[in-house]
Ligand binder design. Structure first.
Ligand code: GAP
Length: 489
């Protein structure tokens, strides 16, 4: 990360804390690694992202329904899905610093350093050596690469490494009180399996006809070997996943559709479009026949925000095998029963939150010849903004607060509104800019005479005079869901 980008990312993190978006978890006990709490404004933003996703997936599609499955599931599910045997990261410890690293990431960091120093050929060679070691699951080879390329521990600076070992990322706990370990259950590492095991329930109770989708938002847990970059890689996080069940043979057509639709969902929020790109998977998981990541350019580079995967019939077939229950669908259009194929869209809610924050944050220099001035502003899409409008009486007297409260009461049934009478109006504008409020509504003495107010727009900082009676329609047009959702039609 360049110094500027590094600085910018640090500023985003401290802004998120200063204004009540994200706090380190258990902070008064020095925090808990890679676990975070969402504060009063962060929770609003997170809820708005969830609502946007839910409305786009469930409300706008006749053939997608949503569920909420439990975090605890039968342990056999994770055997069937492959997570017990295959959900591993290769890890290595430095004996001097006692720090643990992901072996592949140490090598990837070295590749990034080669690239930064213009040593492109070396970077390419190491990348292909890493790829073939990972493909072959060759842990001793990963260790040799670390030694050959003289990779040192960033903390101790030494090359005193242990062997590379596999480390399963699932958290487990006990359910009930059996002494023989038969009561071990896992905290789900993805929400998807809760959808697969409910495929028959939803299909039958909802009389769903293929093609159809099941959506879910919920917590997932992974014991990441190294967790870094703030809420990018967490041990407890949230996913928004949708499994779309299709007739075998049509899956690649649906895959292309969902690939385009999901990028459209991101771009409707009007980020800088050049900050988004597709990254097709070259090496596919054994159960997939196509996969792509939607990546966003964070200050630390392009990284995955969402994955779209064509998962074939792998998961349903595995559950059929392990549970002994038929996971089939009778397709009366072709008079055949089959195990449906699946297209999955899977987005990390916390990563989407970070994307929205990084994309919105700006330190603006507003200095003129006569005066130094600046502001920190969050250019969030108004539909995602935690507060839709701030209601600001110009002074605390002359009946202005009472008039302002009338406006609060008229708007609060539909929108999240904030009343603020403290400090100068300029300071109050700056506070609202910093939390991304799209509209500031100022009540002054003229308001008492002609029932008009001043509206100040966050991004342009332009002001206009409008009738109080027009406010509900105006806030709705600017910050309501309709405008955003229409972009998706
Ligand atoms: N069901 C498929 C699945 O879970 P994944 O690529 O492992 O696929 C999907 O995860 C999304 O979940 C990622 O694109 C990312 O946004 C998010 N995600 C995965 N691991 C995460 C972590 N440790 N912290 C935060 N988000 C994570």
């Amino acid at each position: 990360m360049s110094k500027n980008n590094d600085e910018q990312f640090k500023n985003v993190i401290s802004h998120a804390k200063e204004y009540g978006f994200v706090f380190p978890s258990s902070e008064i006990y020095d925090g808990l690694s890679a676990v975070y709490d969402y504060g009063q404004l962060g929770t609003e933003l997170k809820n708005n992202i969830k609502t946007y996703w839910w409305k786009a997936m469930v409300q706008l599609n006749d053939n997608i329904v949503g569920i909420d499955s439990a975090i605890f599931m039968h342990p056999k599910i994770w055997k069937a899905s492959g997570h017990v045997d295959g959900f591993n990261d290769p890890m290595i410890d430095n004996k001097d610093s006692k720090k643990r690293y992901r072996a592949d990431q140490l090598i990837e960091d070295k590749i990034a350093r080669f690239e930064k120093d213009g040593k492109t050929e070396k970077a390419k060679t190491l990348q292909s050596e890493l790829d073939s070691a990972l493909e072959a699951d060759d842990l001793p080879r990963l260790k040799t690469l670390i030694e050959e390329y003289e990779i040192v521990c960033p903390i101790s600076g030494t090359r005193n490494w242990t062997e590379v070992r596999q480390f399963n990322l699932m958290f487990s706990t006990q359910m009930g009180a059996m002494a023989d370990g038969s009561d071990e259950v896992y905290l789900r590492p993805e929400t998807a399996q809760g959808i697969f095991v409910n495929f028959l329930n939803v299909q039958k109770s909802g009389r769903m006809k293929i093609p159809f989708g099941i959506a879910q938002i919920g917590k997932a847990f992974r014991n990441e070997v190294i967790a870094r970059q703030f809420i990018m890689r967490m041990r407890e996080f949230e996913q928004m996943e949708m499994q779309f069940f299709v007739r075998p043979g049509t899956e690649l057509e649906w895959y292309e559709k969902w690939k385009a639709l999901r990028l459209k969902w991101h771009l409707a929020l009007k980020p800088e479009a050049s900050k988004y790109r597709y990254h097709d998977h070259v090496k596919l998981a054994h159960y997939a026949n196509a996969a792509v990541d939607i990546e966003y350019e964070f200050p630390f580079g392009f990284k995955e925000v969402e994955g779209i995967h064509s998962r074939t019939d792998f998961d349903l077939s595995q559950h059929q095998k392990f549970s002994g229950k038929k996971m089939q669908y009778f397709d009366n259009e072709i008079n055949q029963s089959y195990v449906p194929f699946v297209i999955e869209t899977s987005i990390g809610l916390d990563r989407m939150f970070l994307t929205a924050l990084c994309n919105a944050y700006e330190e603006q220099d507003l200095s003129t010849e006569d005066k130094q001035d600046s502001r920190r502003v969050l250019h969030l899409h108004p539909a995602l903004a935690p507060i839709k409008a701030a209601i600001l009486p110009l002074t605390k007297k002359d009946g202005l607060p009472e008039k302002a409260h009338e406006i609060v009461n008229a708007l609060r049934l539909d929108f999240n509104i904030q009343y603020d009478e403290k400090d100068s109006i300029g300071k109050r504008y700056r506070r609202q800019d910093a939390i991304g409020t799209p509209l500031c509504i100022t009540i002054d003495h003229q308001s008492l005479e002609d029932d008009t107010v001043t509206i100040r727009h966050r991004d342009s900082m332009e002001q206009e005079r409008v009738a109080i009676a027009q406010l509900p329609q105006m806030v709705q047009a600017i910050a309501g869901w309709k405008g955003l959702l229409q972009e998706l039609l």
